[in-house]
Design a protein around this ligand. Sequence first.
Ligand code: GLA
Length: 392
Amino acid sequence: MSPSRDSIELQAISAYTKHFGVPPRAVASAPGRVNLIGEHTDYNDGYVLPGAIDRATAVAVGPRDDDRLVMNPGSAQDASFSLSRLYPSERRAWTDYLTGVASLLQVRGNPLCGANMFVYGNVPRGAGLSSSAALELATAFALIELNGLTIPPVETARLCQQAEHEFAGVKCGIMDQFISCLGRKNHAMLLDCRSLVYEHVPIPPGVELVVCDTGVKRALAGSEYNRRREECNTGVRILSSKLPGIAALRDVSPDQLHDLQGLLDPVVRRRCMHVVTENDRVVRSVRALRAGDLAEFGKLMYDSHLSLRRDYEVSCPELDMIVDLCAGADGVYGARMTGAGFGGCAICLVKEGFAEGVIARLNAGYHGKSGEKATVYICSIDDGARARGIPQ
Ligand code: GLA
């Protein structure tokens, strides 16, 4: 069992109190996420089906008299910045997510007071579970609470996405920040990434979600990710010569792409094929989930993985090995990589009572190319970001 959200927040509060000598004024926390299906569709204006997980980052916060943001003193992550001089660091650092959020809050017209902060959490970093979105959202909620600001949650999610673009250099879509902000316990979220209209879809009873971390760090993720985005844009540019109304791959149907594929070079064609079929799979998988048809949902997960492996080329041998091991285990509905890919985690949807068997099989059968061990656990779907003041 992972520690509860309450206990993560309490850890941040007690570390804050220990290091700053007074209790914090507020605490906020935000979860990581898994994506059940709908991968690399968000920046193509498409559909996604993520869920927030029971791993979170908490930020305890209190005011300062000067204009500084002081973070995690007395730890290896010790850092301090002036609120009037917040820039992305030259060599990417974890603080970029915090300073990015603080900077953009100010740019959007929200004056901030100086703040002491202590960050504590248990979302694994670099594992494709959106530890960065969790940190951004927890920071945003903490600063909003401390400064008495009123910002609608959707706007907060977009601000955090912008922080990731401008301060971390990854041109991510909106999925991670949105689900970390607005997730709901025991529900997946169907999000239309164009309109930002969303719906919480209940996870049927009797299933468990196993997360398996390959231990492969996603070194190439940033540059390859941005390249995939460009390839999709190239596809849209070329296809729009025959389909003038389209603004994104979201607007292209599998049949249309099939008819026009001759226009595209093989790489761009495969990228487009993934996105267009994946959007269709999300719509079908939500239908299956609502009907309680987990066998169909699981089949769509496998199809999604294959498409990410062959057409989008963002899987890796370790992720494929996990999916294959899951496919051969009892009680498994489906499995796939989750998140951007190039390492990170795979997820497996399992009939209740069978998760331990799957975990044992993965622990015994998995070995990364460079000797990595799998980290495997059962995950539950949790609520999105929250903040509260602390009585002084
Ligand atoms: C990362 C990005 C998301 C999304 C996924 C792939 O997690 O942050 O916006 O594009 O990859 O689905």
